[in-house]
Structure formats: C-alpha cells, structure tokens
Design a binder for this molecule. Structure first.
Ligand SMILES: Cc1ncc(COP(=O)(O)O)c(C=O)c1O
Length: 389
C-alpha cells in the first residue's frame, strides 16, 4: 500500500500487516480520472457547478447509473428511479430516519457489517440478528423471528442485508433464497434494504442478480456506492427503490434543506461515467483484487494449522476465517499483533457476540505482503493453541 494521505480514517501501524480495514488500496483510487472529470465539470458548468443541487442529484449521474443498470443488470431503469446519496452509510441513515418509527424492529444478518450496527444505534430501533450459512441469510430463522416479533406486538419494519459478497462472511445469497426472501418480505410488509456495495468487485463470472432487480415492485431499497471502485472520499452512491419508497426517501427534510447530499462530487462521478473510462478502471480493480484474494487464500492453506476453515469468496474484500474450537478471535488478536498481523475479530460483526471467527481484508496489500500475513497468522494461531495445551 502506498501514498496514504495523513488525514485518513484508519491509520496503519508500522511493522503490522493490517488486514482489519475493508477499504480500497489508495494506490488503486481513480486519481487521474477524478482529476480530469473535476476540471471538466468546473470548466463547463462554471459557478453552477458549485450551486445547491436538485434533491435527486445531478441528472447526468442518474442517467449514467440507470444506463449501466439496464445494460449490466437487465432491469429497465430510468433516471427517475435513481436517487443520489453520499454513499451507503449516509443512505442507510436516511432510510432508517424516513422508514422506521421508534420501537420498530430492524433485522440484520449475524454476522453483519459492524459499522451498519453503529448507524442503527443512532436510531431508536431494536436490532435483531438472523444467522447466516454458506448460502446466505437463513430464511427459516427469519420466519421464526418475524413470527416472534408479531406475537410480541412489535413491528419488524426493515431487514438490512448484504446479499452479494457479504461483509464480513464473503457469501452470496443463493438464487432460490433471493426469490423466497422477496416472497417473505411481501407477505410480512417488510422493507428489504439491500446493501450492494461490492457488486462491481466480482472475480468469477457475474455477480448474482440484485434483490431490487429481481423484485419488480417489491419493497426493496437497493444501496449502491462508488466508494469501493472510484474512491471512498468522494462520498457518492445512489438509492434504487420502488416509486413509492423513492418518493418518501426523496421527501427527507435534509434534502429539502441542502439539496443533493453530495452535489459537486456526484457531478464529477457523472462526468467520469459519461467519459466512458469507468469500465476499464473497474476491470483493472477486479484483476488486482482477485490476484490478492488468491495469494491470501493459497498462503492461508499453506500456513494455518488444522482446525481452521474458510471459503474463498467470489467477490468483495474479505475472507471469513473460523478458528479451531475453543480459540476466540478477540483473545487471539494480541498474539497475532505480536507476530505482526492484525484482523477484525468476529464478535464485532455478530449481534450475539460470537467470536469464533475473524475477518481478513485482502484489499490493502500486495500479494507478497498477504502471503507473509498468512505465515504470521499461522504462527500466531499455532502459538495460541500451544499456550492452551
Ligand atoms: C457492507 C458495507 N456497506 C457500506 C460500506 C460503506 O459504504 P460507503 O462508503 O458507500 O458509505 C462498507 C464499507 O466498508 C461496507 O462494507
């Protein structure tokens, strides 16, 4: 990893290979493309480039996103079905503000994206976790929780899910479960919030169809973002939803006051997409991250002791590693750091605190560093097991 500016969210420590952070490698951010697009926006639009934007966001960006969706995902889409956001974190906050009432139950996968749990904590809702397996969200468990909530007189209003290249587990919801989930949502009047942040980072074949694409008029809110492909610092993403839901989200007071939440950056992204450079850039990211994933997987197989288990993800940034019985990730972390490698313990992602697994992000380092990180991790797990014997 090279060229990190000093004001970034996460600081890397000297001597430790940090597999903790699920962020793009700064060396792969679209610096030249963004620079060119920003100059073009300012030169062409003049002061209008810096004015308040319309509530829905710059038309060029919405048209470009709609065009990409129609071409790549096979769902006819117009600019009217796209609401520009400041990325999925902001969009999730807006969805919770607009669509939940105090006391509502919000369902999440367990494990789930830990920082989404932080966004939920900002709202007076009760968060309930539903377990995952290798095909994604377990729908039997979802049905049971929906029935329990109803019996308790509580309203399960939203399900927040990451069905494609899940963070942290890397799994994809199977095609059959995607269809069944949409049926359950319709039956229970449950809004499905689909966090689709890793869709473009697919390393084998095609990413599975999104719930929103499959769902027609179903109550699905799909959140898309340019954070993982162009640059997280741009803070640009978008929301797709049925007309009724999109209208409610667009009526948020924060948009009425400030207009589009990321107007200038969104204009830059619109320009960049219209210039036709995006696909080439994303193709390079796919090759690079796939090679990093392969390097880490191969080295983990070589260096981890028996009893560890993981699946190779078909996309995204993460390998979810299960530890040998009796070893907890939070307890392992200091030993791992002493060996020069860090990770995110599973308890951070699990609503029930389950700590038998850990998340390894392979996005930030090159193949040689990732191989070395697996060697260090293997040594740390072996030492921790020996310490327990
Ligand atoms: C599942 C998931 N959602 C959202 C985000 C943040 O997205 P954004 O930068 O668009 O707010 C991340 C980043 O790690 C993520 O993994």
């Amino acid at each position: 990893m090279t060229g990190a500016p000093s004001d970034t969210q996460n600081t890397l420590r000297e001597g430790i290979i940090e597999l903790t952070f699920g962020e793009p490698d700064p060396a792969l951010l679209a610096l030249g493309l963004v620079r060119r697009a920003a100059v073009a926006v300012l030169d062409d639009a003049g002061p209008a480039a810096l004015a308040y934007g319309s509530l829905a966001g710059p038309r060029t960006l919405r048209e470009e996103i709609a065009r990409r969706i129609a071409a790549r995902e096979g769902r006819a889409c117009t600019a009217a079905e796209v609401l520009v956001s400041a990325g999925n974190s902001q969009a999730l906050g807006q969805v919770l503000t607009v669509l939940t009432a105090p006391g509502d139950v919000v369902l999440v996968e367990s494990p789930t994206y830990n920082l989404a749990l932080g966004i939920m904590r900002d709202h007076p809702v009760t968060v309930v976790g539903i377990p995952l397996d290798e095909e994604g969200l377990r729908l039997g468990a979802l049905r049971a929780v929906l029935a329990e909530s109803r019996t308790a007189g509580k309203r399960a209003r939203l399900l927040y899910t990451i069905p494609t290249f899940h963070n942290p587990s890397g799994v994809c919801l199977s095609a059959e479960r995607r269809r069944d989930l949409l049926a359950i949502a319709a039956e229970h009047d449950l809004v499905v919030v689909e966090d689709d942040v890793y869709r473009e980072l697919v390393y084998e074949g095609q990413a599975p169809s999104s719930l929103w694409t499959l769902g027609g008029d179903a109550p699905v809110v799909r959140l898309g973002s340019f954070s993982k492909t162009l640059a997280p610092g741009l803070r640009v993403g978008w929301i797709n939803a049925s007309a009724g839901l999109l209208e409610r989200l667009a009526a948020a007071g924060v948009l009425e006051s400030g207009g589009c939440v990321s107007q200038f950056a969104a204009s830059i992204v619109g320009r960049l997409l219209a210039a036709g450079d995006y696909d080439h850039h994303v193709a390079k990211l796919r090759r690079t991250y796939a090679s990093r994933r392969d390097a880490l997987s191969a080295a983990l197989r070589q260096h981890l002791p028996a009893g560890c288990g993981f699946a190779v993800p078909a996309g995204g940034f993460f390998i979810w590693l299960t530890l040998p019985p009796g070893l907890l990730a939070t307890e392992l972390l200091p030993t791992a750091e002493a060996h020069g490698v860090a990770f995110a313990p599973g308890a951070r992602f699990c609503s029930d605190g389950d700590d038998r697994s850990l998340r390894l992000a392979f996005s930030l380092y090159d193949e040689a560093a990732l191989s070395e990180s697996a060697r260090r991790l293997g040594a740390a797990v072996t030492a921790a097991l020996a310490g327990r014997a």
